[in-house]
Design a protein around this ligand. Structure first.
Ligand SMILES: C[S@@+](CC[C@H](N)C(=O)[O-])C[C@H]1O[C@@H](n2cnc3c(N)ncnc32)[C@H](O)[C@@H]1O
Length: 344
């Protein structure tokens, strides 16, 4: 299993399977003209030259979503990703196809995106009376506030580092002024609030509240591709804060967790892991936890055609196993978890 220096393992795991590669529509990379205009080119130059790998991971993930556009609806992703990350990701996909790899880079990312989309919609539907708040921690280039109609009654809060949110605003402003993109650059959410904060600092919750977040209101928390970038203590602190909110409002947490072998193999960007998030979260105060793995019925989306793909092999092995009994390779798992809680 190989890992990228920037971004997540979700974009690699090239020995895993994804059915018929010739069916996949990546014939050529077409870059939108808007990417080559100022100020779009300028902000992407800053991302490439001045940002660290942590912040750049936001563009890396957007590139993956842009290149899986035949299954992921995210029209702004290519603009938010930028040329360098699009080209880099495209080359990986091209190599996978040339090598007839069992998996095309990005399939896990595509499945993860669709899982979060579906669970956000289901969570919002489950709240009696609708209109729950949605908080996206480590929002990066997440464009759900522009693409998900289910957010039309929700105030959405995007939390990330100031420079990441500023760059995103610049790109979306440019999209607003472009005839090709303006219809995609209108928010589908009721309102959108950018909250510049480091979630390892003690004041991020206060900053969120200053931006209009109301603790007593029903809330969906979206933690996609963020927890494993934090230290163990920081990740636990964030999870505890969200768990505590269950005592004052109906709360749904949607998060992905890497297990220990995934962290051990990957770059030093990753720290926090949990082999048993379905045990951890109840111990923090969540009352209802549902864990899925890639390939499960709700985390499949028709992208894993071969019944013998390695995701299914992994799912058939006990979760306590850290290495495959057949070949000794690490059992790298990504858990997609929904947890909830309420005052009653
Ligand atoms: C891999 S990206 C995922 C972005 C987005 N959730 C998605 O799935 O497209 C991780 C994001 O977390 C942000 N991030 C990492 N550590 C953070 C921290 N301590 N405080 C705020 N944001 C952070 C990064 O800036 C980056 O945008």
């Amino acid at each position: 299993m190989s890992f990228q220096t920037c971004g997540e393992k979700l974009t690699t795991m090239s020995e895993q399977q994804n059915g018929n590669l010739q069916d996949q529509p990546w014939a050529e990379l077409k870059l939108p003209e808007l990417l080559f205009t100022d100020p779009v080119r300028g902000v992407h130059a800053d991302v490439e030259n001045e940002w660290d790998l942590l912040r750049q991971s936001a563009c890396q993930i957007a590139a993956g979503r842009a290149l899986w556009k035949h299954v992921v609806h995210d029209p702004l992703a290519e603009l938010l990703a930028g040329e360098a990350f699009l080209r880099g990701f495209y080359e990986k996909i091209k190599k996978d196809r040339l090598n007839n790899a069992q998996e095309v880079s990005g399939v896990i990312l595509a499945i993860r995106t669709m899982w979060f989309d579906a669970k956000i919609e289901a969570a919002l539907d489950s709240f009696y009376g609708g209109g729950a708040q949605v908080v996206i921690l480590g929002a990066g280039m997440d464009a759900r506030a522009y693409r998900l109609n289910c957010l039309k009654e929700s105030d959405v809060f995007e939390v990330d580092f100031a420079e990441v949110l500023q760059m995103k605003t610049t790109i979306i402003q440019a999209a607003t002024e472009s005839t090709n993109y303006c219809q995609h650059a209108m928010t589908t959410a009721k309102s959108l609030h950018s909250v510049a904060a480091d979630i390892t600092d003690h004041d991020w919750l206060q900053k969120l509240q200053k931006s209009g977040f109301i603790p007593k209101k029903n809330t969906v928390w979206v933690l996609e591709g963020i927890l494993y970038y934090l230290s163990h203590s920081n990740a636990m602190e964030v999870l505890k804060i969200i768990a505590d909110s269950c005592t004052i409002a109906h709360t749904v947490l949607l998060a992905d967790f890497m297990n220990k072998p995934s962290i051990t193999l990957s770059s030093s960007l990753f720290h926090f892991y949990s082999d048993w998030p379905d045990h951890l979260l109840p111990s923090l105060g969540f009352s209802d936890v549902k864990l899925s793995q890639i390939g499960d019925p709700d985390a499949h989306f028709g992208l894993l055609h071969d019944p013998l793909n390695l995701f299914n092999k992994l799912r058939s092995l006990p979760r306590s196993l850290q290495t495959h009994p057949d070949d000794g390779t690490p059992c790298c798992r990504l858990y997609l978890v929904k947890a909830s809680g309420s005052p009653n």
